[in-house]
Design a binder for this molecule. Sequence first.
Ligand SMILES: Nc1ncnc2c1ncn2[C@@H]1O[C@H](COP(=O)(O)OP(=O)(O)OP(=O)(O)O)[C@@H](O)[C@H]1O
Ligand SMILES: [Mg+2]
Length: 401
Amino acid sequence: MSRPLGRLTGIFKGIADGTKPLNQDIPVQSKDEIGELIVSFNQMARHLYEAHEAMRKQTETLKTIFEGISDPLALIRPDCTVELTNNAYREWMAKGIRAVFKEKCNPESCDPDTICPVCFIKRLKDEKRPISEYWEDEEGRHYYIHLYPVFDDRGEVIKAVHYVKDITERRQVEEQMRIAEKLVAIGQLSAGLAHEINNPLGGIRLCFNNLISTEMNGEARQKHIEVINTGLQKIQDIIRQLLDFSKQTELVMKPESVNNMIDNVLRLTEYILTKKGIRVIKDLGDNIPEIMADRNKMEQVFLNIILNAIQAMDGSQGTLSIKTLIENGRCCISITDTGPGIPQDILPRIFDPFFTTKPVGEGTGLGLSVSKSIVEQHKGEIKVITSEKGTTFTVELPVRQ
Ligand SMILES: Nc1ncnc2c1ncn2[C@@H]1O[C@H](COP(=O)(O)OP(=O)(O)OP(=O)(O)O)[C@@H](O)[C@H]1O
Ligand SMILES: [Mg+2]
């Protein structure tokens, strides 16, 4: 009796310390209680083995997924030490990229110039909700940094999933889209610009011919020279405006008057508006405070919306109404046309890049997507209301604090 039991205990110990496999049946040598015990044990061991295998496979799949994610991903403990990392995260750690946690971050040495992991974890513990931060490093790379809380049964944050997305390329594409859109807008304005340059040029030529071919007294001469000078000045202004507009610039935020920006854009579009017989109704508020804005970029937004309005009213001699006012502490600029409106089925897509209903060569479909991104960079919103009687685009911008 004691010998088979002793042998059995030996096998159990071997399984427990991992020296004997779970999936090997113990031979049944007798038909007594010990034999039955071995049969039940074999059954239990088989179940255990299967469960163990399923768990191992599941862990392996999860690990493959975790490692296969090409963006850095890690599990962080509340004391700012790193518990688990994927390959991309480890590579970033090795390169010393500051968007990721170091293996252990020192709560004493909080660096205010970078996304401080310590403060980040502190905020996560307090706020108990996912945190996302945009961050640009000293080499000019752009990141989106996410921290997702992992809770225990009592709702306390016990860990954090750290996910980092390098959005540098996306930012570059967006910037290129902005430039492309500017060039398209310039193309659309070219008829008006040619006209604006041609007008003073006509005067210059006439005065120049008079000067060289006619005898004239000092006063007449002076007048002619003045006309030439003013004309050249005007051309220079137009070209400077164009160059300003097409320059690839970072946001330059300054206190600016929205009404001035509208007037500038209307000056640029005056020629097309008159040519198409479009009436303009301006209702610009008197007491609009200056807002912090990049004048060039915001003017591009108004220009895109006005060009769309003009195109929507093509051939219908409509009315373009522009209104500026302060509402709920925000500066609102509404641009309304009397065009046919935007069909409901395409409305959700008008802000998508490259979405256009215009024939090839007439629209690139970038105008509104670029405008939206500029307005969002200004922490504002762009809204649209449309019916078959016309469309209103409203840009809402925060008033300067
Ligand atoms: N005021 C409007 N009235 C009617 N439809 C409009 C109006 N504004 C925009 N849309 C619709 O939204 C689409 C997208 O506009 P968006 O300005 O982004 O591109 P686009 O004008 O087609 O081309 P782009 O501005 O790049 O030359 C337009 O093609 C048009 O169908
Ligand atoms: Mg457009």
